[in-house]
Ligand binder design. Sequence first.
Ligand SMILES: Cc1cc2nc3c(=O)[nH]c(=O)nc-3n(C[C@H](O)[C@H](O)[C@H](O)COP(=O)(O)O)c2cc1C
Ligand code: SF4
Ligand code: SF4
Length: 455
Amino acid sequence: MTDISINFAGIKSPNPFWLASAPPTNSGYQIMKAFDAGWGGAVWKTLGMPTINVSSRYGSVNYRNIRMAGFNNIELISDRPLEDNLREIEEVKKYYPNHAVIASLMVDSREEWEAIIKEVQDAGADGIELNFGCPHGMCERGMGSAVGQEPEVLKTIVGWVMDAAKIPVITKLSPNISHITDPGLASVQGGTDAISLINTIKSIVGIDLDTYAPYPVVDGKGTNGGYCGPAVKPIAMHMLKELAQHPEIKSTPISGIGGIETWRDVVEFILLGATSVQVCTAVMHYGFGIVREMEAGLRQFMTDKGYQTIYDFAGKALPNVTEWRHLNLKYDVKAHINKEKCVGCDLCYIACDDGAHQAIKINDNDRNRIPEIIEENCVGCNLCSLVCPVEDCITMVRKDDGSQHVTWDELTLADKIPNTFNDDRAGGKGHFVPTPDDALKAKRKDRSGQNQFDF
Ligand SMILES: Cc1cc2nc3c(=O)[nH]c(=O)nc-3n(C[C@H](O)[C@H](O)[C@H](O)COP(=O)(O)O)c2cc1C
Ligand code: SF4
Ligand code: SF4
């Protein structure tokens, strides 16, 4: 039997699935319901100082037929009375002593930090998460991302918190910064026990075409919101990897957040070094029940691969994420079309001809319009296989024999990089590109009814 329990910087949890600090963790009612559904931990909706929220407050990017592919909000921290939240933390911990309850906090002065840390500790929270990420409203008051974007200020505040806290401290980072390792390192230097990321990304999700106001609209006006949901997962994973590979940060436990919805997302975050994951948008969209699929899928993956614990595979993808200059320039793949599967939709042809390397031709005499790869033109970019709507119809087939391995770094060291575009060692030299003359001829041919694409 696999063991999916975790000890995250001293915070014990029956599994790595935590609710992120957000509306699903607004109250003890919701958190207890989530624990019953299978969540192992919850980061309470950020507690701090009195606020007033606006309506409306959420916006989304509906991509084609997918609703909430991206989600954004202009909500502030908890607007519920602090004493109600503290009482509910105490009650939840009484009923669920083995689940992780983490208090997310955001205040301003050192005295306020010391006071609220004592209050959540007294209420029985298992840990504290510092919200240095909120990119709207609170940052205008000098908190949230205003701290997350200033590594020196962040370090100072983490230091205050570490002096006051008796329970583990997680520093939650803002992605609204050029180099995530700057605040990451500052939090480690400030003494944090762990890091979580990402909070939301500054964004405008759309404009009302009648009122010209950005969504979500508040009486004819709007403001930038924080972007999250499936659309941000690639950004979150990159930032996670940046921290997990950094020599001075990598030994600090990281809780991964951003676009997590399925067991596969969970496994990918763990492979990149996270040892707990947090979810907000997917729960706001589908409810607490999604954790059942996450747990079943995670356990199945671990069984299939022979892993006993989360720590057996945490970070396993990191050695394979390298810099471009270390990639093998001799590795050579070309597209291959499975004619049995092809439905003749032309999408690959259009993508390659207009958007890539003119390496696919359509034989007009073929009634099924099955395209053909022109191997000598194919640079193996993947585009056709990505646009093809039929699973495994276009595959990328390795053409080199694996005997050669050369990287840009090695070429540079050996003084063998191309010096001019005419240099035989230059990458694009010899790649087929139709001349403008040929294009014109092809166009003329088309008017006379012949194959437009026969270069
Ligand atoms: C409506 C809403 C409110 C949020 N409120 C908070 C908050 O109070 N504190 C906090 O640290 N993060 C807050 N977040 C950010 C989430 O905790 C999380 O970092 C972010 O949404 C990315 O995860 P996701 O893609 O799973 O949603 C909020 C997010 C949303 C959508
Ligand atoms: S891999 Fe790229 S270049 Fe090759 S056929 Fe597909 S789209 Fe064209
Ligand atoms: S995109 Fe796929 S299905 Fe469509 S023509 Fe190309 S190979 Fe066939």
